[in-house]
Design a protein. Structure first.
Length: 159
């Protein structure tokens, strides 16, 4: 959430909350993000279908939108990804992980993900793999994880 807010020039730094560890559902992320009052967000659940999902991903190319995703790293990377500490794995299973989608490369069908986890960093991933990772069920809510599509409600300052 912090990186979404930091990417919006009109958000004063004092409104950006401190980083806190702990599981969040996509709905909780959306609620906290919109409480800052610089975005109006909608959720696109992984179970809503690939076409709707891809349409939401494409919003990342519009400067008036931000897109974050709640997903499971293992569902995206499989067993070849970095190893997790047990407590990190438990949090990942309970609440998943949130990363920013910073662009969609339509010609290549690749999603540009900015992962705040230093073990991953930024990466490109095919849209179908992102879709599969977001379709993973969130054990807290019992529903598929989601994209958080946020429209900016304040005009960004020119830098």
């Amino acid at each position: 959430m912090r990186n979404v807010l930091k990417s919006i020039p009109s958000v004063p730094l004092e409104l950006i909350p401190e980083a806190k560890a702990g599981p969040l559902t996509a709905q909780q992320f959306k609620t906290k993000l919109d409480a800052i009052r610089h975005t109006t967000s909608t959720l696109v659940y992984g179970g809503a279908g690939y076409d709707l999902f891809l349409s939401a991903i494409k919003r990342s190319n519009d400067p008036h939108y931000r897109v974050a995703m709640n997903f499971l790293h293992p569902a995206l990377f499989g067993m070849d990804g970095p190893s997790f500490l047990p407590h990190v794995m438990l949090l990942a299973i309970l609440g998943g992980h949130f990363s920013n989608i910073i662009a969609y490369l339509e010609t290549e069908d690749l999603v540009v993900v900015f992962d705040v986890n230093q073990d991953f960093g930024p990466y490109l991933v095919p849209s179908k793999r992102v879709y599969d990772a977001v379709r993973a069920i969130d054990v807290q809510s019992g529903v598929a994880r989601a994209l958080i599509v946020s429209e900016l409600v304040h005009t960004p300052r020119q830098v």
